[in-house]
Design a protein around this ligand. Structure first.
Ligand code: MLT
Length: 237
């Protein structure tokens, strides 16, 4: 279980990874796929996104810098912008400050899933089934963080995944960061705002007027689809 800067290929290469950027990249991508987007292509640079649009006019460009829509892009990084009528059947090329980088960083894992509160239960159930079937014995939770730093909201969501995993595999070995995330999650599971109101990115989004996004991303398990990043595209499994 690592912050994305500490992720090593050695740990990841034999594991299934869950990448979490709760506020908001992975929540937004999952919601877009659940609303019928054909796929999401995460890219690190704005210029790469623009190039892909020049090569294929039909793609939509989405993402943020500083939390806000990028000039000339079709969509920002608010999950609420990814309504069916905007994205159904479309491929969205997305670039965000931290989330898209964390996904790329995790790409040497055997399989890479997107994590968020909004579909955690389905995702955890799917991963547990697949790890048993294919004899995979390590699950890595990769937290995107914010601007290269540890961020609380990702850790809370990681703690929820740990909670779901240990409910089914009570004897599983947890490293110290997994244990810490679980303790923190259990303390605030009924009111994550209670701790997040002190945290940096939560407040940044609040100041920008994205309160509805905060509510949305902290609601649990109302989305059924499981999303996987493979062959450079995020798709429904
Ligand atoms: C990111 O990838 O850095 C974020 O999702 C930022 C945001 O909240 O838009």
């Amino acid at each position: 279980f690592s912050h994305y800067k500490e992720v090593t290929d050695d740990v990841l290469k034999d594991s299934y990874a869950v990448v979490i950027d709760l506020l908001r990249a992975t929540s937004t991508m999952i919601w877009a796929i659940s609303n019928g987007a054909k796929g999401i292509i995460p890219v690190e640079d704005i210029s790469e996104a623009r190039l892909l649009k020049r090569l294929d006019e039909s793609v939509l460009l989405g993402g943020e810098r500083g939390g806000l829509k990028i000039e000339g892009f079709d969509l920002d990084n608010s999950p609420l912008s990814y309504k069916k009528e905007a994205i159904f059947g479309k491929t969205v090329v997305m670039t965000t400050t931290n989330g898209t980088r964390a996904l790329k960083k995790a790409s040497c894992a055997k399989r890479i899933f997107l994590g968020s509160f909004i579909n955690a239960k389905k995702t955890a159930e799917y991963i547990m089934k697949e790890t048993l079937h294919y004899n995979i014995d390590t699950i890595s939770i990769v937290c995107a963080g914010t601007e290269e730093k540890f961020t609380l909201e990702d850790i809370l969501c990681a703690g929820y995944f740990v909670d779901l995993f240990i409910e089914n595999f009570p004897d599983v070995f947890l490293d110290d960061l997994s244990l810490a995330s679980h303790v923190l999650y259990k303390k605030f599971e009924n009111d994550p705002h209670e701790i997040l109101k002190y945290s940096y990115h939560y407040n940044h989004l609040k100041k920008l007027g994205f309160e509805a996004d905060l509510e949305f991303c902290l609601r649990k398990d109302f989305v059924d689809c499981v999303c996987e990043f493979r062959n450079l595209v995020v798709e429904k499994v």
